[in-house]
Design a protein around this ligand. Structure first.
Ligand code: PGA
Length: 249
């Protein structure tokens, strides 16, 4: 499975970042799972540029721009230059800060152009009884991915992160049955984006994120068909994160 550790803005101490990275390196030597860490930009630069381990790095976001007179922006190209391999785009915390579907599609395209694997976050704000949450997720997927080629699409990672389940605790995460339904639904939408293509084609990986903890990860992974997890808060404590990864080994 693919486990992406989204450090968000939780880690702002360089020594703590180095310690966490050391723990991740150790884990990556013994775990069957692939570990990707997404530190803040300065720490990604420090840690990724000398990285020789199996751990890979992700940007938490990329600029909408491709460079120029834009103070404070960090382009996909700059992230790739220091060794990032992935880029989270469309995280609900970035959408809340103003990234609309057009911006998300453009950021995703910049990531692809510079060789970064986009991790596209989608997810509804609330559940309703009429299935409107399904059309909401469909719209987020189609607006970001609709214009990609088959090859590009199969290289994108989708992270299903229902906004209502983020930053709570294991009790607030999705129920395994509901996750199974969503993973199937997302794969169906992805298949529709490529009508007529053979079923043997490898489609995008689909991850789940939203209050994943050591107590719920195994049940969420069990029969849901999920390809991995995007973990926020539980990824910045070394003991918690090690325990969580070990649940999947
Ligand atoms: P959480 O965050 O694990 O703290 O809920 C997940 C995410 O927002 O990526």
């Amino acid at each position: 499975m693919l486990i992406v550790a989204n450090w968000k803005a939780y880690v702002d101490d360089l020594e703590k970042a180095k310690k966490l990275f050391a723990v991740n390196k150790k884990l990556s030597k013994v775990s069957k799972n692939k570990i990707v860490i997404a530190p803040s930009a300065p720490f990604l630069g420090v840690l990724a540029s000398k990285n020789k381990s199996r751990v890979e790095f992700s940007a938490q976001d990329v600029s909408l721009s491709t460079g120029g007179a834009l103070t404070g922006e960090i382009t996909a190209q700059a992230y790739a230059a220091v060794g990032a391999k992935y880029a989270i785009v469309g995280h609900s915390e970035r959408r809340a800060a103003g990234d609309d579907s057009k911006i998300v599609a453009q950021k995703l395209s910049h990531a692809l152009t510079h060789g970064l694997t986009p991790i596209l976050c989608v997810g509804e704000h609330e559940r309703d009884g009429e299935g409107r949450y399904l059309s909401y997720v469909r719209e987020e997927l189609t607006s970001a991915l609709g214009s990609l080629t088959q090859k590009e699409l199969s290289g994108v990672v989708i992270a299903y992160e229902p906004v209502w389940a983020i930053s709570t605790n294991a009790a607030g995460a999705i129920e395994p049955n509901d996750l199974t339904e969503m993973i199937l639904y997302i794969r169906k939408v992805l298949a529709e984006l490529l009508p007529g293509k053979s079923s043997s084609h490898s489609y995008a990986l689909v991850l789940y994120g939203g209050s994943v903890e050591q107590n719920d990860i195994r049940a969420l992974a069990a029969n849901s068909g999920v390809d991995g997890f995007l973990v926020g808060r539980a990824s910045v404590d070394p003991h918690t994160f090690s325990a969580l990864v070990k649940q999947l080994d």
